[in-house]
Design a protein around this ligand. Structure first.
Ligand code: FAD
Ligand code: SF4
Ligand code: SF4
Length: 506
């Protein structure tokens, strides 16, 4: 073992510098600075190079973490990048927004006595350096294949699959109903966690590698699933989950009660330079308001922290369980608390109050009772605890369910589970429809970026073997000139889209 490693006894854990709360709440820039090279090497050297690396086991991509930490500690960054990018299509994004405390770092063996290796920050450092040095290259297939794959949804699941398939030489078309590629990376996650240029350069890389983007194209409105199946040799559904959960409370029709994605999308669009009239006229803007956010997940954390940055008068987060039982990342809660968010634990809304526009929430206190079948303690209302909380903007962040895809896609034969997610065979990753695969949140339900990347990669591998088999069975394939990478019309559209994105980003 080189002397450079195993430094966890002598060197304390140090994350990159976090900007002071007073400074970071005045803008939407990321809150962590980048490591300097010696600091990244020093922190990577804390790794004890475990024989059984639990960090790797608990990373959904099974990243070869000990090896790229070793390379970083030894100053061999290009090799570190090669190893890290071999299993991950967006390491700099995962390094920024994975809940590492629940995944790799939470399972690092030195966590117990010495605090974990800062795996996510080193991963981010390696790939940001790779971008700066020009080591990140577009997919460059060694052979072109005639077969084309249509991917519905350009979020992280669709993007990861597109890159893998393009590397193998397939003609890949991403259809997305948004005007930009990236899905929730662009329109959900705020830029203080993930700046948009980081996502845009990944989208540009795909385009440079020959992936075609058909944006503002909604499957269900602009084509049925069957029409896409007729155009392509295989289809991947990676549409995510967007149907917001709700609670039926008295007063629900009052003004200024909105859904989290409406709020976050408006804020992200504003940051991207788009005209957002509902933001300008104050409807979707928290400035000067008493804001109450309902929910305890990561989306709720993004809403409260966005509201603070928009200049809200006060921001409260209501959650019916306690801090230990909330689904959101503890790190995010800590950031929000530092930024002035008040958490009202063990509290649930009972009614929205107001005449025309909301002026408050009537809430009740909750105690946690006996565990239910899943082991979670059941929330019980404390009698006589009804009280009023002032609010002139209420944001509901209660989670998401899948849309009704069989109806939306005009494909009643598409099999879905009892939760509405698309059913797949977990070995072949294919749905019940021949040549139609699925990946990401639309299969798992609302999950994480790193799982979407994993699914996208797995789906690409399955599509490849399916198409290989198909070639073996039917040697003559029809070239999809209308929709494949060599389509002039498509190229024109891609350029227009990229110009637009470049104009608006930054
Ligand atoms: P998505 O990212 O949702 O992308 C789906 C794409 O499909 C979208 O671009 C959509 O426009 C497109 N689409 C949908 N329907 C159609 C159609 N009919 N036709 C054409 N296109 C269509 N995860 C983390 O790991 N860390 C975080 O910090 C984090 N923060 C989050 C914050 C918020 C506010 C939210 C909502 C989620 C967050 N997540 C986070 C979860 C993460 O963003 C998702 O798990 C991930 O983006 C799922 O990827 P996906 O590719 O399956 O779907
Ligand atoms: Fe950790 Fe996520 Fe990176 Fe895996 S992808 S090593 S879980 S930060
Ligand atoms: Fe290194 Fe921690 Fe992974 Fe062990 S668990 S290999 S110490 S990062």
């Amino acid at each position: 073992m080189p002397e450079r490693l195993l430094k966890f006894v002598d060197i304390v854990q140090e994350h990159p510098q976090k900007r002071a709360a007073t400074a970071r709440t005045t803008d939407f820039q990321e809150i962590f600075e980048q490591y300097l090279r010696p600091k990244a090497a020093e922190q990577a050297a804390r790794c004890s190079q475990c024989g059984v690396p639990f960090c790797q086991i608990h990373c959904p991509l099974h990243n070869n973490i000990p090896d790229w930490l070793k390379m970083t500690a030894e100053g061999r960054l290009e090799e570190a990048y090669e190893i890290s990018s071999a299993t991950n299509n967006m390491p700099e994004i995962c390094g920024r927004i994975c809940p590492q405390d629940r995944l790799c770092e939470g399972n690092c063996v030195i966590e117990k006595g010495f605090e974990s290796v800062t795996i996510g920050s080193v991963e981010r450092y390696i790939t940001d350096t790779a971008w700066d040095q020009g080591w990140v290259k577009p997919p460059a297939p060694s052979q072109e294949r005639d077969q084309s794959v249509g991917i519905i949804g350009g979020g992280p699941g669709g993007m990861a699959a597109a890159e893998e398939l393009r590397r193998l030489g397939y003609q890949v078309v991403i259809y997305d109903r948004y005007d930009r590629v990236g899905g929730l990376l662009i329109y959900g996650i705020p830029s203080f966690k993930l700046e948009k240029e980081i996502v845009q350069r990944r989208a540009d890389l795909l385009e440079d590698g020959g992936v075609t983007f058909r944006l503002n194209f909604e499957v269900g409105r602009d084509a049925t699933l069957q029409e896409l199946r007729d155009r392509h040799s295989a289809i991947l559904i990676a549409t995510g989950v967007y149907k917001a959960r709700d609670v039926a409370l008295p007063g629900v029709g009052l003004g200024n009660i909105i859904q989290s994605m409406t709020f976050l999308t408006a804020s992200n669009r504003k940051g991207l330079g788009d005209a957002v009239p509902e933001f300008e006229n104050g409807d979707l803007n928290a400035a000067g308001k008493d804001v109450v956010v309902l929910g305890g997940g990561d989306t709720a954390m993004d809403c409260v922290r966005t509201a603070v940055r928009q200049g809200a008068k006060s921001v409260k987060c209501l959650y019916r369980r306690d801090q230990e039982n909330m689904p959101g990342s503890m790190r995010e809660v800590q950031h929000a608390q530092e930024e002035g968010v008040e958490f009202v634990w063990l509290t649930a809304p009972e009614a929205y109050l107001g005449d025309d526009v909301v002026r408050g929430v009537r809430a009740v206190r909750i105690r946690l009772g006996a565990p239910d079948a899943t082991g979670r303690q059941t929330p019980e209302i404390v009698g006589g605890s009804s009280h009023e909380i002032a609010a002139d903007l209420v944001i509901k962040a209660l989670g998401f369910d899948p849309e009704d895809l069989p109806t939306l896609f005009d494909e009643p034969g598409l099999s879905v589970t009892g939760w509405g997610t698309v059913g797949i065979d977990f070995r072949s990753r294919m749905t019940n429809l021949d040549g139609v695969f699925a990946a990401g949140d639309i299969v798992r339900g609302a999950s994480l970026v790193v799982w979407a990347v994993r699914d996208g990669r797995d789906a690409a591998a399955s599509i490849h073997s399916y198409l290989q088999d198909k070639v073996a069975r039917e040697p003559t394939q029809v070239v999809d000139s209308e929709n494949g990478g060599s389509d002039d019309k498509g190229k024109g559209k891609r350029k227009t889209n990229r110009r637009r994105a470049r104009q608006s980003v930054g």
